[in-house]
Design a protein around this ligand. Structure first.
Ligand SMILES: [Zn+2]
Length: 352
């Protein structure tokens, strides 16, 4: 095993040119913080150039009306699309770059050209619906990448693991009727955008392929790692994905100004180590990370550094110790909600 693995990285100064109103939390500095974390690993990173996603690639997830609406909005830029979501000069082209680069990273991982990697892109994607930009998101980068793998790379089964502190409503809705894309989300709940109750399990043929883990404010490493051990691990073992894409937001970090979770650097390291182990065991090692949210620069730095270190190391990092499971605890309640929704489908769900 080499000292480090082949880690592909999407970074491009153009992602910092997507600029919104003064004081907006989804700001260019976020990528400076991510870049500072990447500096510690830079000699081992394999750069992937960014290119714009084509209409055909975008239209696998979004409706033509969405492309038209964004084109009209771009002519009026700078403009607010809703209370949270903005389009500045050049933002539409930058959003196309983010989607295109995410596809190319996922493709490199699916083909085993690299072992793993990160798309450090803006704007984020997981709130973008088929016909609606929202929650700072214009195009749903991870959903567009998942569809590209299925359409062009012969990939049948994709897991999208979304550990951003917000529920990825757009990603869920893109695949909720689809049995071959498993969406698993941990998120603060109730909270923006309001979706993501445990009882949202997918619809029709996709029933069971949406796994929501709503968590109350105040959860930290213990709850996140416990959920990864008792929910994520058995769900992934049951689904057996070909590729794992991670919607990697760092807004569950304890310093984040938008959310109210308490995850630390060690928590993100443990989450990444578990994701890597699950990819190695069930997905031929295919694992790609896509930046979503994260609004404390310290959280972005710590989370990115911990995640990249875990993914890059030649030797698989040690897995976190099994988290204690006390009856009535926040963890036990969170796991219990998922077991009630999915326990009849997933062997071992809720067990360590
Ligand atoms: Zn978020």
């Amino acid at each position: 095993m080499p000292a480090t693995r082949r880690f592909a990285c999407v970074e491009d100064p153009r992602y910092r040119q997507h600029q919104g109103p003064e004081g907006h939390p989804e700001r260019p500095d976020r990528l400076i913080a991510v870049g500072q974390a990447l500096d510690a690993h830079r000699s081992a990173l394999l750069p992937i150039a960014s290119r714009q996603a084509t209409d055909e690639e975008i239209l696998r997830v979004h409706g033509p009306g969405h492309l038209q609406a964004l084109a009209v909005a771009a002519e009026q830029a700078p403009v607010r699309i809703d209370a949270d979501t903005y389009l500045g000069a050049g933002s539409l082209e930058i959003a196309r770059l983010a989607a295109g680069a995410t596809i190319d990273l996922a493709r490199a991982v699916a083909r085993r050209d690299v072992d793993t990697g990160l798309a450090a892109v803006r704007p984020p994607g997981h709130h973008a619906e088929a016909g609606q930009a929202m929650g700072f998101c214009l195009f749903n980068n991870v959903a567009i990448a998942a569809q590209a793998l299925r359409a062009e790379e012969g990939v049948e089964r994709v897991l999208i693991l979304d550990w951003d502190v917000h529920h990825g409503n757009g990603t869920q809705h893109s695949f909720e009727a689809d049995r071959d894309v498993l969406y698993v989300s941990t998120h603060q709940h109730p909270y923006y955008p309001g979706t993501g109750a445990a009882g949202e399990v997918g619809v029709g043929a996709g029933e069971g392929a949406t796994v929501n883990v709503p968590l109350p404010a105040g959860c930290g490493d213990r709850e996140y790692l416990g959920v990864f051990q008792r929910v994520l691990a058995p769900v992934v073992a049951h689904f057996r994905p070909d590729v794992i894409l991670v919607s990697a937001g760092f807004d569950a970090h304890e310093d984040d100004p938008l959310a109210a979770m308490q995850v630390t650097r060690e928590g993100f390291a443990g989450m990444a180590a578990i994701a890597r182990a699950l990819a190695d065991t069930h997905a031929g090692g295919r694992l790609a990370f896509v930046l979503e949210g994260g609004y404390a620069l310290s959280g972005l730095r710590q989370g990115t550094d911990a995640m990249v270190a875990a993914a890059l190391a030649g030797q698989a990092p040690a897995l976190p110790e099994p988290v204690a499971f006390e009856e009535g605890s926040l963890l036990a309640q969170a796991v219990g909600r998922v077991v009630a929704a999915h326990g009849h489908r997933v062997p071992g769900l809720g067990a360590a």
